[in-house]
Design a protein around this ligand. Structure first.
Ligand code: GTR
Length: 332
């Protein structure tokens, strides 16, 4: 109870401070407006590099009136808790995977369905089409402002027990997933045991045998050192899950329309930078994991995995099935 009151007071204080900071801009003070961006990855990770570029562009284009401070490495908390804080304005921005965001805006599940995109190019065609903008704009009723998309490659399974060469090999393995109902369903559809868990807890959970493995892209497999404790990596590439940068609608509403426009444009203009940083880091990660002697297995084709995941499509609402059809039609 006491702890609850303390947390409440802290939230009031944080909201109060951000409000005061926001005011500075409208009262013509020369003090910069300082806004905070939460990032789960370390400073050298490509999404964080994109965050820094976004912050740099905003500072440059507002002549220093708005400063975005990037907090990498989960300093402001794990993704789910951070999204909640962005929703009520205690944190101004975050870059997250759309997987945990879908708990707040369920339509986003339609953009992270297994084997949805034919390729990385197809995903980018979709995100850069009006569909991508509709999704960014759809967040406002949930109190977020969708700003931009970042690359996240493809996610695949890794574990410490055995190589996975077919769906049967996944049977009974305890696999960590993001805090996402869709990801729980995906892992269960393959006969494994899904364990939702915050990102920062996965390394020790694999090391101590609480779980057998997890799933992620090359850069995360490498930067988290999960590759050291889970040496079998199967490139089944079950999902491409775009990364997204969102703002708190409460924070944005305190800024002038002109500053909101600058922020939106700067976020979009940081995308190219992030996509290049992603490609470079993906290569570094892959080379380092292979040099470490990990057992990498690429599925000759993913037909078996894809068929096992069909129930997830059947369970989608008719509206989301229509979105899936629209996504599939892009570029055809
Ligand atoms: C990464 C993603 C993070 C986080 C993480 C996870 O690929 O960039 O934002 O969602 O996966 O698995 O928790």
């Amino acid at each position: 109870m006491k702890k609850g009151i303390l947390v409440f007071l802290l939230i009031l204080l944080t909201v109060g401070f951000s409000w005061a900071a926001g005011k500075a801009e409208t009262t013509g003070s020369t003090e910069p407006v300082v806004l905070r961006l939460a990032e789960t990855h370390p400073a050298d990770y490509p999404t964080t590099q994109g965050d820094y570029e976004f912050a740099r562009l905003v500072e440059e284009r507002t002549n220093g009136r708005i400063k975005i401070e990037v907090y990498p490495g989960r300093q402001l908390g794990e993704e789910k808790a951070v999204i909640e804080q962005v929703q009520f304005g205690a944190i101004d921005f975050t870059r997250v995977s759309i997987s945990p965001l879908a708990a707040f805006a369920p339509d986003f599940n339609a953009l992270q369905m297994p084997y949805l995109y034919r390729s990385a190019e197809h995903m980018w065609q979709v995100l850069n089409s009006p569909i991508g903008d509709e999704f960014l704009n759809s967040l406002e009723p949930s109190n977020f402002v969708g700003l931009s998309w970042y690359d996240s490659g493809a996610r695949s399974f890794y574990n410490s027990v055995r190589p996975i060469k077919s769906v049967a090999d996944l049977k009974g393995l305890k696999i960590r997933v993001q805090e996402s109902a869709l990801m729980v369903g995906l892992v269960e559809a393959l006969g494994a045991v899904a364990t939702p868990m915050p990102f920062g807890e996965v390394y020790s959970a694999i090391q101590t045998g609480v779980i057998d493995g997890a799933e992620n892209n090359w850069p995360s497999y490498y930067s988290t050192s999960h590759y050291e404790v889970a040496k079998y990596y199967t490139l089944d590439e079950h999902t491409r899950v775009p990364e997204i940068t969102i703002a708190s609608k409460i924070s944005m509403d305190k800024l002038s329309l002109e500053d909101q426009k600058i922020i939106k444009q700067a976020a979009k203009d940081s995308m190219d930078f992030q996509i290049k940083a992603w490609a470079a880091y993906e290569k570094v990660a892959e080379d380092a994991v292979i040099a470490n002697g990990n057992e990498i297995y690429r599925l000759p084709d993913n037909a078996e995995f894809q068929a096992a995941m069909q129930p997830l499509y059947d369970a989608l609402s008719p509206d989301l099935q229509k979105v899936v059809e629209k996504v599939r039609a892009v570029g055809k």
